[in-house]
Design a protein around this ligand. Structure first.
Ligand code: TXA
Ligand code: MG
Length: 324
């Protein structure tokens, strides 16, 4: 059931009182608190079990609120915001001095985005304050794409969950740094590097910032991330029969765009957008079956939507990376 005006009013009161509110966006659900309230932001870190070294994205209603959080709002930021906001693009710009440094993990820059969801835009507007919003999952776990995912993630925690239905995008926003002359895509997402380059009329770099540019090379881009609880492996479709021969089929759940005879399979659509939208729910469904191994079949990547497949494969690689 989607939240209505009453729940939004409660959420606003929560934010104003320094509490935590989970909110829907077009990408994944976020765990929100007033960005200018240091204690409230600390609660978000604590609830997630998030390392203090990993900065949070700040959600704003648009460019004018962004200017309250940024020390400098360059023309390039304005141009990108005009093209892609509200939408799945986070812009890294110098932070305003009065934004608590806990938000940016001590970094001099802040990531800002305006989310494309009417409930959340209404929330930010009415609360009249920017809100931090890391994905509403425990640190390292799969991001939530429904309100129910969030409730399960923080069962017993003091989190008010606004329900805006399932997220349409399904993977996290593209993060682009505007700190150096050449924009740099730090995290792949639904807005592609080509779209950014086209909008700005210049090439963009992709990947972690070089060490001389950033104190933390690529905060938050930990190798293991977005991971289910069960061990997960990225495999070729042809390798599935051998896996089944190696272990009992009961111990395995396969995630693929096709079903496999004789083994439990969570089937995802073959088109990139639909695959992305369903991916995290599929990983959670696979996890719920309590397998000894989740075998994710590397998607076929049709010729179209190459950049979106890159973003998807980035998430799959992290979900299946060796755990510390
Ligand atoms: O789609 C999204 O971006 C979702 C929804 C809720 O908006 N949020 C999200 O937040 O994915 P989180 O905290 O799970 O991921 C934030 C990413 C991390 O990789 C973090 O390191 C990076 O953005 N980031 C945040 N602030 C940054 C900064 N000042 N400089 C560089 N990277 C930053
Ligand atoms: Mg996250």
């Amino acid at each position: 059931m989607s939240s209505g005006p009453e729940e939004i009013a409660q959420a606003i009161a929560r934010l104003k009182a320094g509490g935590v509110v989970a909110f829907p966006t077009e990408t994944v659900y976020g765990l929100g608190a007033d960005a200018f309230n240091e204690d409230a932001v600390a609660k978000v870190f604590a609830l997630k079990g998030r390392p203090a070294t990993n900065p949070l994205i700040v959600h704003v209603s648009g460019s004018s609120m962004a200017r309250r959080v940024a020390a400098d709002w360059p023309a390039r930021a304005d141009r990108l915001a005009r093209s892609f906001w509200p939408g799945p693009l986070s812009l890294v710009v110098p932070k305003a001095p009065d934004l608590p440094s806990i938000v940016t993990a001590g970094l001099p820059a802040v990531a800002l985005r305006s989310p494309l969801h009417p409930l959340t835009l209404a929330l930010i507007d009415a609360a009249d304050t920017p809100i931090v919003g890391p994905s509403a999952n425990r640190s390292g776990h799969v991001s939530p794409t429904t309100a129910e995912h969030v409730r399960r993630e923080f069962d017993g925690g003091d989190v008010l969950v606004l329900d805006g239905g399932p997220c349409q995008g399904g993977i996290e926003s593209t993060v682009v740094s505007l700190l150096s002359p050449t924009p740099r895509v730090l995290r792949l997402g639904l807005v592609t590097p080509e779209q950014i380059a086209h909008c700005l009329g210049r090439i963009v770099d992709i990947g972690p910032a070089p060490a001389d540019e950033a104190p933390v090379p690529s905060p938050g881009q930990l190798p293991t991330h977005y991971a289910p609880h069960a061990p997960a492996r990225l495999v070729a479709r042809e390798a599935v029969p051998a896996l089944l021969a190696e272990r009992s089929a009961d111990a395995i759940v396969v995630v693929d765009t096709r079903s496999h005879p004789g083994v439990r399979t969570v089937v995802l659509p073959a088109e990139a957008r639909e695959y992305a939208a369903g991916l995290y729910a599929a990983l959670r469904r696979a996890d719920d079956m309590n397998p000894g191994l989740i075998a994710i079949v590397a998607p076929e990547r049709k010729n179209r939507d190459g950049a979106l497949w890159d973003a998807i494969v980035d998430r799959l690689a992290r979900a299946t990376a060796p755990r510390p």
